[in-house]
Design a protein around this ligand. Structure first.
Ligand SMILES: *[C@@H]1O[C@H](CO)[C@@H](O)[C@H](O)[C@H]1NC(C)=O
Length: 308
């Protein structure tokens, strides 16, 4: 076995010796694996770096959770945030995140709900900070994209709410800029806190919305299995969060919104670690988000099929 491999190796490099046989075998097999399918996350990492070059001279309104911050987001602060609704109007159905020039990431619950309500047609709005843009904001920021296909994860649909993730394909390619820019995907299970969320959802449990602007808050990763969700905090499928300070939490209308971190070595870039999926009684109970790291190969195969 080993000598056969050794011969193969000789064709590549003339400076091999018999004593290196074992080592060369492992090197060769590593090389063979890399040639057929790249390591998990390699494409996502490459795209992330590519997208970071859209930022000119590190000029961005970067959210820094370590410094004092406002509840309301500034225009352009989260350039990947997408607003999802049936007609492309000022209504809110769900949130999502731009992850390429053609795809928006959200939950399968959101995609199914929108498909049903819109009879197979629904819209994504990008580059907006307000649910109700003023007349002066409209020409600059109103960008509506029709969804031509929703790819729900094949494992979604059981009674356990697992694999609640969907990729929405847009009818036209997005022209990136200051207000519309993809976010990166967290390729590792480990999450470097602080984590934060942004969305247009309600601000308390009685279905009230005090703001029309995008809101943001820092959350804490919950390390306990609690009722009523009763989920393993170490599950590869979910991330569990609770409010950290000021009783601000993800709530109804925030489904599909990104749970994210900053990327220290790529200024201005956000790293999506989860997608807000479900919960009960915001602020009081945990929220479950779909853990992105578990779905990287599936996402890459749909969003960047030519890269494999
Ligand atoms: C979907 O179809 C139903 C029944 O035909 C109709 O009442 C409804 O208005 C349609 N919705 C949209 C968004 O077109």
């Amino acid at each position: 076995m080993c000598s056969k491999i050794y011969l193969l190796v000789l064709l590549i490099s003339a400076s091999t010796t018999l004593s290196l046989c074992e080592g060369l075998y492992s090197q060769l097999s590593r090389h063979a694996r890399a040639a057929s399918s790249p390591p998990v996350g390699q494409i996502s990492a490459k795209k992330c770096e590519e997208y970071s070059k859209i930022v000119k001279n590190n000029e961005c309104t970067q959210f820094n959770p370590d410094k004092p911050w406002d509840y309301e987001a500034k225009t352009g602060e989260f350039p990947h945030l997408a607003l999802l609704n049936v007609k492309g109007d000022n209504k809110l159905f769900c949130a999502g995140s731009l992850i390429s020039d053609k795809f928006v990431l959200t939950t399968a619950v959101c995609a199914n709900g929108l498909n049903k309500k819109g009879n197979g047609t629904f819209w994504v709005r990008l580059g907006e900070n307000s649910l109700q843009p003023t007349a002066s904001e409209k020409p600059v920021v109103l960008n509506r994209y029709k969804v031509i296909k929703a790819y729900n994860h094949p494992g979604y649909g059981g009674d356990k709410r697992e694999n609640d993730i969907s990729l929405l394909e847009l009818e036209k390619r997005v022209q990136f800029g200051e207000l519309m820019r993809p976010a990166c995907l967290n390729i590792n299970k480990e999450i470097a806190e602080p984590v934060f969320v942004a969305g247009w959802g309600i601000t308390d449990n009685i279905r009230k919305r005090d703001y029309t602007t995008l809101l943001k808050t820092v959350l804490e990763i919950s390390k306990k299995n609690e009722k009523p969700l009763n989920l393993d905090p170490e599950s590869p499928l979910f991330i569990l969060t609770k409010p950290k300070s000021g009783n601000k939490d993800a709530c109804t209308g925030d489904s599909g919104a990104p749970l994210m971190t900053n990327l220290k070595d790529l200024p201005c870039m956000f790293n999506i670690v989860g997608i807000v999926a479900y919960g009960s009684n915001c602020v009081v109970h945990q929220t479950a988000s779909t853990r992105i790291s578990n779905y990287i190969p599936w996402i890459e195969s749909i969003v960047w099929p030519g890269e494999h």
